[in-house]
Structure formats: structure tokens, C-alpha cells
Design a protein around this ligand. Structure first.
Ligand code: ADP
Ligand code: MG
Length: 713
């Protein structure tokens, strides 16, 4: 394995990336060469209109894809889809068929277009139990197929037999459709040549690296991707020496290799650097069209894991693998662009262009203000709950950071409430000078979960292991709603005879005024802000399963159903899946924690007590009663260890009881609630005793790699 890998590495080394970029992707340009014009056109049409591909043409497309894939060494194909669990799923089928003892490669159009994976093992919130047990995956022609490890991977959507979304991709595609429609209508107020508005994202991926051998010695990392116990290291990120230091050479070697694989798959990686915590890193591609960018991010995570193995490393995508140091996010940079090439969040050079910028900006903040809780809920998961609201992570309450320049402009617009349009000329003048000011004045506020960064919004609260679509489909939906309202209000004013520019400015003013509560320029980590946010009527996340219910609020249901993104049934099913995932993951963590304490921590503590006891016995036999004073420290340690062992075993017992109690509750929502309160608080107690023992027990006896070993190479 290693030698063929070596060979491959050498074959690429020294060649410019441009010579192999995208070589393993069946992109449009490649596709054109492998099929007839008619077949190619039908793919383009399916991409644009979502129309079904004709049976015979599907056979031709499949044949072209097969020929291309086999040239690249593929023997199998798979539909790759993104189930609600947040990961990716695949089931490989061989191309080879045998008939009358003769083998040949076959890949029919029907197999390309549709597959029926054994979907019963994916959580579905009861969607498939109620009606028809089947679910199927269908090729999403918006995303190109690719070859990875000898398998042709076909990006797919996953739906129930009755058409309900069972994955992350379908709602995202639906939300894009709604957003395109609403944004196009608003953009046409300013430029009638606009026919389409696309959504673009750039996903910054943070991750930790751990040595494989150390990882394998930690059952919690193996089973939960995070440490459930572990005393903080005396030194971690205090000196910022990792962030500003050179990337360790072992890590650079890994980065180069996964970047090469990513380039072959057309993933335009651009940035790599150390992050704040020790052994924490980040990579980011150049932003791109959202469905491709999200697919590529999911693929990137797969590639990074695979390549890491060759370097005897493990990649931790978990949001909070280690207590006490920074967690990891997946900052989602999000923007809208017209088919005329205008970034709608890029201030322009004319007052009209800036009015358009302000209109779109106002629509976004109004959507965020109205759905603050839902948007935070969209990034909630068990993993991310360990990160959000911590001191170095985005706070668990929504706010928008706009920067001082824009804030001043918004204030001026809001102040000009009673002025006529002529009087607003001054405001417009100010508005038209936005571009120069904003672009070189990239104020950064790293404490905001949702920040404007010059020509895009950066949703920072998204978790590092998450499928970004979970957040973007919600963002797209609520912004689409806001844009529809904006359009309707401008139309109404225009119908009443108001000049378009004046109407637009009036509605911008209304929208900004309705969004004030969510605009915050200060320190999002400060305790004062947490209090003020509540006073302003914002909704902090205080409990994760509780937050999932945000999807079922009247305002949320209205936004999802009106945009055609999720039906009420789909919403309820999704909430149940979120609860189920939360419970299952926490259940695993609680079990692992109990096992580690009973099987690793307590035995190690007892071994050390035995050493202490032998020392005390020896001292007593030589020094008599003087041993009491001679061995005072050891006696004290012995006693403290006993105290923690007893506490630990009691607490583990209480943890097991809490888990059992929760498991008996039939309602998933209530079970999740019990897990998030009773089980979680018991886990913290258990951890506390275990971490104290780590400080008392002889290092040589401690059975688990410690933070200082895990966090530094
Ligand atoms: P920083 O760490 O300063 O936020 P990075 O360079 O690490 O910046 O990441 C910024 C990400 O934002 C990149 O993926 C970049 O391509 C993306 N990006 C830049 N402009 C846009 C835009 N208009 N829309 C969406 N994403 C963008
Ligand atoms: Mg960033």
C-alpha cells in the first residue's frame, strides 16, 4: 500500500498543480468529450431546470461516465449521499457483470439516475415507518461525479419513496431555488438584466491532528472523537506560540499530500495555517457555488482522514476534542451573486448600486433578527454545544457585526426617518462612498457569530464536523422570506405612486429599524452582552435539545413551508432525528466515560495506592510509629485518592442510573431533555474526580495519554 502511495506521490511531485487539477472529476468539459451533444445538453438542462433525464440519454451518459471512470482505474460505483446524521454514506457496486461465464463491465442509466440503498439504518424521524419503508438516492447532476480510491462516486440526493427529504442536500437545493427566485426579483428592481442569483460559500475547515498511536490508546477519541476526561496541560495556548509558529514539518507533509488529492478532485484549496490551539490547523478553499462547495467540503473531510492514515495521524473534526483549549469551527462565508456578475454584498460605485447593496444587507439582518433562535439552532448539535458559548468560541446567542462604517451609515438612514428623498440625498451620498471605506477598513470582530466581512457574511458558529448545508438551508430560507417581503413592500409603495428609489430607501429603513436588536458591535464574549441580548429580546441557546424545537416555531414553519423548503412533516421528522442523534451520541459518551473510569482510572489509582501502602508498611517496619510523620504526604495522598475513588464509583453509578432513567422515557424530546440535563451534569461530576486523580496518580501508572502528549508533537 505504502509503496504504490509513494509512487503516486512522486508522479505528482514537481508538477504544477494546474497539470493535474480536477483530473479525477467528471466535470462538464470532460463530460462533453464522453457523450453525444444530445446527452450532454440533457445534463445541462437537468442542472438548470431540474427536469428528468430521458431514459436512453441516461444510458448514454452512464456509458460515458463508465468509460471515463474505468480509464481512471475504477472498478466500482457508488451513490454518495449526505444523510441527516451529518456524514456521508456510500454503498459500492461493482461494474463487472458475469453472464454465461463471460465478464463485462456494465453501468446502466437506471443505476446512474437512481439507487435503492438499504436505507433502513439511517435515522429518518419516522418518515419511512409511516408509509413506505423504502428510500432512494438519485443523482444530483448539479454536482460532478468523481473517482476516489477506484470507485466512481455519484453525488446524490436521498429521499423517501413519497419524496420527503431524508438528507441534507434536498432542503439545501430547495432553499437555493427559493432564494434565487426572491433575490432575482429584488435585484431586478435595480437591474432588469438580472435573471438568476446564485449562492456562494467559502468554508474554512478547522481541525486537530493527533498521533495515531496516542489516539488508539484513548477509547474516548476512538469512539467519541473527543476526550471525555483529561486534565488540562500546564501549557497549552497561553503563549499563542502555535498560532504564530511555523507549521511542523510532519504536518506540512500531511497537508501537501491531502492537498494533492484534493486538487485532483478539483477542490480549490488555497489557504493552510496553524490555528490557535496547539495541534490545531485550518484549511480553506477559494469560495464557489454552494452545492459544489459543500460537496467538496464533505469530500475534503474524507480525503483528509484517508491521507492522515498514511502519515500515522488522526484528524479530529470534532468541535471540542479537548476541554480548556479552543474548539473548531467551519466558518461559512456566504454571498449572493447575480448572473450579471454582481456580488450583492459588495458595495458599488454608484448610489443606485449602493442602494441595492443596502437593500440586500437589510434583508439579511432582518431575517437574522427575526429568526435569531432558529439560525443558532441550525448549528446546534451535541458536539457544537461543547464549543458554543465557551470563551473562545462564538457565543450561543445570535448577533450581526457590521463594522463601524456601515453602522454609521445605518444610523444616518434611521435618523433620516422623517426626511424627504431630497433630504436623504446626503445619506445616499454617504452611501455611495461606502466601497472605498469598507474594503480597506476590514474591522474584524472575532466574537460575533455572524459577521459582515466586506463583501460577504461569515457565519462563524457552524461546527467543524457539521455538514454546512444544515446551516445554509436555514439561512437561505429566512433570507428568501425577507427578500420576498422587501419586494412586496417596494411594489406596494410604487403602486401608491412613490418613486422607486424613495420606496427602496423607505423599506430599507423599515427593515433596518426592525433589525436593531440583532446588531451588535461589542464584545460577544462579555457577560454584559449575554444579559443585554436577553433584554433586547434575543434568544440565547441554553439547552441544545430545547433549541431543536426552534424548527417548529410558528415563524419557522411559515418560512420553511412558504419557501417550499420543508413540509411540516419533514420539519417534525428532522427535529426527531436531531434529538435522536443527540441522545445516541451522548449515550455513547456517557458509556465510554463510565468504562474509562471503572476500567482505566480506578485500577490505576488503586495500583498507585498499593505502592503507597507498601511504602507506608516498609516505613512502619523500620521507623515504627515515626512513620506517621515521615510519610505524612503519602498518607494524605492515599486518603485523597480514596476519596476520589469512592466519589468516582458513586458518580459512575449515578450516571448509569440517570442514563437508564432517560432511556425508559418513550418521548424522544423528553429523553433528549433528560440527557442534556441529568446525564450531562453527572458526566461533569465524574470527569471532575477523574481529572483530580490524574494529578495525584504516578504518571508512569496513568493508562491514558495526557493532554500534553496529545496536543504537542
Ligand atoms: P479569514 O480566516 O480571514 O476569515 P480565509 O482566507 O481563511 O479568511 O477564508 C475566507 C474564505 O472566504 C475563503 O474560503 C474565501 O474564498 C471565502 N470568500 C471570499 N470572498 C467570498 C465571497 N464573496 N463569498 C463567499 N466566500 C468568500
Ligand atoms: Mg474566517
Amino acid at each position: 500500500m505504502a509503496s504504490s502511495r509513494e509512487a503516486e506521490r512522486h508522479s505528482v511531485e514537481g508538477r504544477p498543480v494546474s497539470t493535474y487539477f480536477g483530473q479525477n472529476v467528471f466535470a462538464l468539459e470532460t463530460m462533453r468529450r464522453y457523450m453525444s451533444d444530445a446527452a450532454f445538453k440533457s445534463v445541462l438542462e437537468a442542472r438548470e431546470t431540474g427536469r428528468k433525464i430521458d431514459r436512453t440519454l441516461a444510458d448514454e451518459i452512464a456509458a460515458g461516465m463508465k468509460a471515463w471512470a474505468i480509464e481512471r482505474g475504477a472498478t466500482h460505483y457508488t451513490h454518495l449521499f449526505q444523510p441527516l446524521t451529518g456524514s456521508t454514506a456510500e454503498k459500492h457496486e461493482a461494474f463487472v457483470s458475469v453472464r454465461d461465464g463471460r465478464a463485462f463491465e456494465q453501468f446502466r442509466g437506471s443505476a446512474l439516475v437512481q439507487q435503492e440503498p438499504d436505507a433502513s439504518s439511517f435515522p429518518n424521524g419516522g418518515l419511512r415507518n409511516t408509509f413506505e419503508a423504502r428510500g432512494y438516492s438519485a443523482w444530483d447532476p448539479n454536482s460532478p461525479a468523481f473517482v476516489l480510491d477506484g470507485t466512481l462516486c455519484i453525488p446524490s440526493v436521498f429521499v423517501s419513496y413519497t419524496g420527503e427529504a431524508l438528507d441534507m442536500k434536498v432542503p439545501n437545493l430547495r432553499s437555493l431555488h427559493a432564494l434565487d427566485k426572491a433575490a432575482t426579483a429584488v435585484a431586478r428592481i435595480f437591474d432588469p438584466n438580472v435573471n438568476r442569483v446564485g449562492t456562494y460559500v467559502g468554508l474554512e475547515q478547522e481541525y486537530f491532528l493527533v498521533d495515531e498511536d496516542l489516539y488508539n490508546a484513548r477509547p474516548d477519541l476512538q469512539l467519541c472523537n473527543r476526550t471525555v476526561i483529561g486534565h488540562t496541560s500546564a501549557k497549552d495556548q497561553q503563549l499563542s506560540d502555535h498560532y504564530f509558529g511555523a507549521i511542523p514539518s510532519r504536518v506540512v507533509a500531511f497537508m501537501k499530500d491531502f492537498e494533492t488529492e484534493a486538487y485532483k478532485l478539483g477542490i480549490p484549496l488555497q489557504t493552510r495555517h496553524n490555528e490557535v490551539a496547539p495541534n490545531q490547523f485550518e484549511c480553506a478553499p477559494v469560495f464557489g457555488e454552494i452545492t459544489t462547495a459543500i460537496d467538496q467540503n464533505m469530500l475534503l473531510m474524507i480525503i483528509m482522514q484517508k491521507v492522515a492514515e498514511q502519515h500515522h495521524l488522526k484528524v479530529l473534526f470534532h468541535e471540542k476534542p479537548f476541554d480548556g483549549v479552543n474548539g473548531s469551527g467551519k466558518h461559512c462565508n456566504w454571498s449572493l451573486r447575480t448572473d450579471t456578475g454582481v456580488n450583492l454584498f459588495s458595495p458599488g460605485k454608484t448610489p443606485m448600486k449602493n442602494l441595492q447593496f443596502l437593500a440586500f444587507y437589510a434583508c439579511v439582518v432582518k431575517a437574522v433578527a427575526r429568526h435569531d433562535y432558529l439560525l443558532m439552532a441550525s448549528v446546534c448539535s451535541l458536539n457544537n454545544s461543547y464549543r458554543l458559548g465557551g470563551h473562545e468560541a462564538p457565543p450561543a446567542v445570535m448577533s450581526v457585526f457590521s463594522g463601524s462604517t456601515l453602522t454609521r451609515i445605518f444610523d444616518a438612514i434611521l435618523r433620516s426617518e422623517d426626511l424627504s428623498l431630497e433630504d436623504s440625498a446626503e445619506t445616499l451620498q454617504m452611501v455611495s462612498s461606502i466601497p472605498e471605506i469598507i474594503l480597506d477598513n476590514t474591522d474584524r470582530n472575532r466574537t460575533s457569530p455572524f459577521a459582515f466581512t466586506g463583501n460577504r457574511f461569515e457565519f462563524r458558529a457552524v461546527g467543524s464536523s457539521a455538514n454546512a448545508a444544515g446551516a445554509t438551508f436555514v439561512l437561505n430560507t429566512v433570507v428568501a422570506e425577507s427578500l420576498r417581503e422587501f419586494h412586496a413592500e417596494v411594489e406596494a409603495l410604487a403602486a401608491a405612486g412613490e418613486d422607486t428609489r424613495a420606496a427602496v430607501l423607505t423599506v430599507i429603513r423599515r427593515f433596518l429599524s426592525a433589525s436593531r436588536k440583532v446588531m451588535f458591535e461589542g464584545n460577544g464574549y462579555s457577560p454584559e452582552w449575554q444579559e443585554e441580548a436577553v433584554r433586547r429580546g434575543l434568544h440565547p441557546i441554553t439547552n441544545v435539545p430545547e433549541a431543536f424545537k426552534a424548527f417548529q416555531l410558528d415563524a419557522s414553519v411559515k418560512a420553511f413551508t412558504e419557501a417550499g423548503v420543508l413540509s411540516r412533516t419533514e420539519i417534525d421528522a428532522r427535529v426527531e432525528v436531531l434529538e435522536e442523534m443527540y441522545v445516541k451520541k451522548l449515550q455513547i459518551e456517557a458509556r465510554v466515560l463510565g468504562d474509562i473510569c471503572l476500567n482505566h482510572v480506578i485500577p490505576a489509582a488503586v495500583s498507585y495506592q498499593n505502592i503507597l501502602i507498601r511504602n507506608l508498611e516498609g516505613s512502619k517496619s523500620i521507623f515504627g510509629e515515626e512513620f506517621q510523620s515521615l510519610c505524612k504526604a503519602d498518607i494524605d495522598t492515599y486518603r485523597r485518592i480514596s476519596g476520589y475513588i469512592n466519589a468516582l464509583s458513586n458518580d459512575v453509578e449515578a450516571l448509569v442510573a440517570a442514563r437508564k432513567k432517560a432511556n425508559r422515557v418513550p418521548s424522544m424530546a423528553q429523553r433528549a431533555h433528560l440527557y442534556s440535563t441529568e446525564v450531562m451534569s453527572r458526566m461533569l461530576q465524574v470527569r471532575d474526580s477523574a481529572d483530580h486523580l490524574e494529578m495525584l496518580v504516578d504518571d508512569a501508572l496513568w493508562p491514558l495519554p495526557k493532554y500534553r502528549e496529545l496536543l504537542f508533537f
